[in-house]
Design a protein. Structure first.
Length: 343
């Protein structure tokens, strides 16, 4: 009898009796809680969005100062990149010293990403400075802001990521927008000369480099302090362009020449570039790049206002329409991501 009772108890446990059912129900309940938690929309970092707004405003000041610098001095684009990088390093090192932080002490796994990010960023900033010299700042930056859709397209081709219908529409509309911007902005007017097609190439290539910079910056996340990334970037870009600008300046045999506006412009360019980089890195540590990327588009209308009212660049409605086509769907995608309406 005792053996039969023991056997029944054993069978009761192994065949799904009350104890095993209770455990399985607990397990199911636990799994359900996890699944329910993972299905909830992620909380949006209002501080991350705020930092990206500050970054966008700072980069607007940098672009305005860069264009003003070319008009008020004989500084070439590579000297501009050097001045921006040097001032960024000095500002970051001063702040790091105040915090007691060693910005060059980083994990080996991160240092490789940092080197790649800084070299890609250096190429991009050089092209951006060249583009701002060759084109109106509203045009060069409109073409530069193709990078969110380029990122989505690259993810689809190389990573097998899905594209939303809105992103596909955005790519098509952006392509049409680029045609409008390039075609109508390059035409000769009563007050301006025709712009050669080759002048648009640096701005278009810089949009591809921005894709790499955003993704790599986001990949590093909070592993390093937010001052590390811009400090390394400033050091590398300063070292890379130094032999270039020295050789160009030696060949011209001219010393630097500044008007009063040129001096103010250099200060605006350096200050805006430094703060924009710091705020951008801080934002990307707090929020996803896809969510905050659309905020950068507030630079475009501000730069159009600078071109129209300060630099007196004639603005064609076709160019404005092209810019709207370039950024419209990207803004929509970014806003929908911020509201967790699409992944």
């Amino acid at each position: 009898m005792i053996n039969k009772k023991s056997q029944l108890i054993s069978m009761h446990h192994t065949t799904g009796g009350p104890i095993s059912r209770t455990n399985s129900l607990r397990k199911a309940s636990t799994m359900s809680d996890k699944e329910r938690k993972s299905s909830l929309p992620e909380k949006i970092s209002s501080l991350g969005i705020f930092y990206m707004i500050l970054s966008s405003l700072s980069f607007t000041v940098m672009s305005f100062g860069t264009k003003l610098m070319y008009l008020g001095s004989n500084i070439n684009p590579f000297e501009g990149v050097y001045l921006r990088g040097f001032s960024m390093v000095m500002g970051n090192l001063g702040y790091a010293y105040y915090l007691g932080l060693d910005v060059f002490d980083v994990p080996s796994c991160i240092s490789t990403i940092l080197w790649v990010r800084t070299f890609i960023g250096t190429v991009g900033i050089c092209l951006n400075f060249i583009a701002n010299k060759l084109l109106p700042i509203s045009i060069s930056n409109s073409l530069f802001f193709l990078y969110p859709l380029i990122t989505s397209c690259g993810g689809y081709i190389f990573l097998g990521e899905k594209l939303s219908k809105l992103e596909i529409v955005g790519m098509i509309s952006s392509f049409v927008g680029v045609i409008l911007v390039v075609h109508y902005s390059q035409q000769k007017t009563e007050t301006t000369e025709a712009i050669p097609l080759v002048n648009y190439i640096p701005s278009l290539i810089s949009s591809f480099t921005a894709t790499g910079v955003y993704l790599l910056t986001r990949k590093m996340g909070k592993v390093v302090h937010f001052l590390v990334n811009p400090t390394w970037f400033g050091v590398v870009q300063s070292l890379v362009v130094t032999p270039v600008w020295i050789s160009m300046r030696s060949a011209s045999a001219d010393y630097w020449q500044f008007s009063s506006d040129g001096i103010v412009a250099v200060v605006l360019m350096c200050l805006g570039g430094w703060l924009g980089q710091v705020f951008m890195n801080k934002s990307l540590q707090l929020e996803k790049a896809g969510r905050v990327a659309a905020i950068g588009y507030i630079q475009i209308p501000l730069l159009f206002l600078c071109d129209a009212f300060y630099f007196e660049v004639p603005i064609r409605w076709q160019v404005v329409l092209g810019t709207v086509l370039i950024i419209g769907c990207s803004v929509a995608v970014g806003v929908m991501r911020m509201l967790n309406l699409i992944e």
